[in-house]
Write a new protein. Structure first.
Length: 91
């Protein structure tokens, strides 16, 4: 059940405290499946931190590099999320 990565609620609070604006993860969700309440989502979103989930598993290629990230979601009327094309361009 815990076979994919996620962001612990306490880690989400630390990301907010450090001023992060976007959190991207190569798992289906930033939330651990066993949590009944979406505490991580609530912490990040209520503090203006955007969440990008289910990214390609090639994120390790970006570690330690400077890049620009473009996230281009499709328009979904009255939606609170949407599929997106996400592109990293190395500097």
């Amino acid at each position: 059940m815990d076979s994919f990565g996620y962001v612990e609620p306490e880690a989400a609070k630390e990301l907010v405290k450090r001023g992060f604006k976007v959190v991207g993860i190569d798992s289906p969700s930033v939330e651990m499946p066993r949590f009944r309440e979406p505490e991580t989502h609530r912490t990040l979103l209520s503090n203006g931190v955007l969440i990008i989930e289910n990214l390609a598993d090639s994120l390790s290629q970006l570690v330690g590099k400077t890049f620009k990230l473009y996230c281009l979601p499709i328009k979904v009327r009255e939606g609170d999320g949407a599929p997106a094309r996400v592109v990293a361009v190395l500097d």
